[in-house]
Design a protein around this ligand. Structure first.
Ligand code: CP
Ligand code: NVA
Length: 310
């Protein structure tokens, strides 16, 4: 685990950061949201240069980080792996050293989690995980902020994760232990948990349930979460579609949850697969647009926190 140095902090996994620091980030995000609504200008990151490296596609993460740094007075540079010398074999260690001469902070979306740590090692810059094959911590903070805004505290609530075992789930598992809520992972029996998950679930075991029946799992839930059945890089097959089908979040599932239950999805969504249109487009219970909006406010707070401005 790399936690940054005296002047900076990495934001790589939620479990690297203690609850009080995560609470500081969430509070700052709420304040920054209010300032933005009031059109108050904030210049806490004046002259800070953020480099963003994308090894996978992105809409929300890319736009929200780019606007976040700009709205705080800084600048961003975006590097798509394919259009840099990384695609021709220049090493991460050399790339990281070069970036450290121009930039103050890195945001990386990567296919290999280890690269987040390597970039930090060779650049000595703070590194933010903008999604890896293992986890997606920025997303979960934005989601918790959205839940807090709509339904109050997450403590002791009963959340259900429906569908695939993936990076977003990994960060939800960490969040369950940190913020003290129950997470019922409802997934097909044949989908196996990778070793990193088994360790993660062990650590959070008091807060985690695993089940395979969507109707039983959603009963009395405070929140139902899902994500694509085919994360970036995973090939959809007819067989997998059939395996996942009983785990679609539809009206039947939501009707079994509490009346006050909300639906969450990090997006992008595939309507008709992991979620039905009527659920994701239900203005009373779906909070997916709030989750997406909060990426901007949370990203700003994470940038400030990583640079020790808060
Ligand atoms: N939720 C999320 O990270 O979206 P993008 O892939 O569009 O960045
Ligand atoms: N699990 C998804 C999240 C996208 C934001 C993926 O990795 O593609």
């Amino acid at each position: 685990m790399f936690k940054g140095n005296k002047l900076t902090r990495n934001f790589i996994n939620l479990s690297d950061i203690n609850k009080s620091q995560l609470t500081v980030i969430l509070k700052r995000a709420r304040d920054l949201k209010k300032y933005r609504q009031k059109k108050k200008s904030i210049n806490t990151l004046k002259n800070i240069n953020l480099a963003m490296i994308f090894e996978k596609p992105s809409t929300r993460t890319r736009v929200s980080f780019e606007l976040a740094i700009k709205e705080l007075g800084g600048r961003s540079v975006i590097l798509d792996e394919a259009s840099t010398h990384l695609s021709r074999g220049e090493t991460i260690s050399d790339t990281a050293r070069v970036l450290s001469k121009y930039c103050n902070i890195l945001m990386i979306r990567t296919t290999h989690h280890q690269k987040l740590l390597d970039y930090h090692k060779y650049s000595n810059l703070p590194v933010i995980n903008g999604l890896s094959n293992v986890s997606h911590p920025c997303q979960i903070l934005a989601d918790i902020m959205a839940y807090n805004e709509k339904r109050g505290s997450i403590k002791n609530k009963s959340f259900v994760w429906m569908g695939d075992i993936n990076n977003v789930l990994y960060s939800w598992i960490e969040a369950a232990k940190i913020f003290n809520f129950t997470l019922n992972i409802c997934c097909p029996n044949i989908i196996k948990f990778p070793p990193a998950f088994i360790e993660n679930i062990k650590i959070s075991s008091k807060y985690i349930k695993i089940s395979h029946n969507a109707m039983l799992a959603s009963k009395n839930a405070d929140c139902v979460i899902t994500d694509t059945w085919f994360s970036m890089g995973k090939k959809p097959t007819r067989k997998l579609l059939q395996v996942f089908k009983p785990y679609q979040v539809n009206k039947k599932v939501m009707n079994l949850a509490k009346k006050s239950a909300v639906f969450m999805h990090c997006l992008p969504a595939t309507r008709g697969n992991e979620v039905s249109s009527e659920v994701i487009d239900n203005e009373d219970s779906s909070i997916v647009w709030e989750e997406a909006e909060n990426r901007l406010h949370v990203q700003k707070a994470i940038l400030e926190w990583s640079l020790r401005k808060i």
